[in-house]
Design a protein around this ligand. Structure first.
Ligand SMILES: [Zn+2]
Length: 137
């Protein structure tokens, strides 16, 4: 899934957990669950840069508006997004041979794809839902 989709789940989990270690664990787990939802993934750098920039801006906004749980929100978002670092390294450094570790990247867990527009709609709904829940709760 997109960076912002994973991040929105992490923000939500950090908001609910209000506890950094728990938020980190929940965030790491959420990554696998979201990767199992049929979705669209981008395959070049420009959408990734835009996605990551918008996601980080949203993260900063949630942390600034909720200073009492800002650390928990950070760790939830970190846990939810960090598994894709191995995907980014593989894409950006194809000459470096690294073995994937995260189960949804190794093939141990399903990672179904959907084309545009269905796959993008799934991402938009995911992001909107988790951010809305983070605001409501
Ligand atoms: Zn992933």
């Amino acid at each position: 899934m997109y960076f912002s989709s994973h991040l929105s789940a992490g923000v939500f989990l950090g908001t609910v957990a209000k506890n950094s270690p728990l938020a980190l664990a929940l965030g790491l787990s959420s990554h696998a669950l979201l990767d199992m939802v049929p979705h669209h993934d981008y395959n070049n750098v420009l959408p990734a840069i835009l996605d990551i920039s918008a996601g980080l801006l949203a993260l900063q906004t949630f942390r600034t508006t909720n200073p009492e749980i800002a650390t928990s929100i950070f760790w939830g978002a970190f846990g939810a997004t960090i598994p894709d670092l191995e995907v980014a390294i593989k894409y950006l450094c194809p000459f470096v041979s690294i073995k994937s570790l995260y189960p949804s990247h190794t093939g141990k867990l399903r990672h179904p794809q959907r084309k545009f527009p269905q796959g993008v709609l799934v991402q938009v709904l995911t992001i909107a839902s988790f951010f809305a829940l983070s605001i409501i709760l």
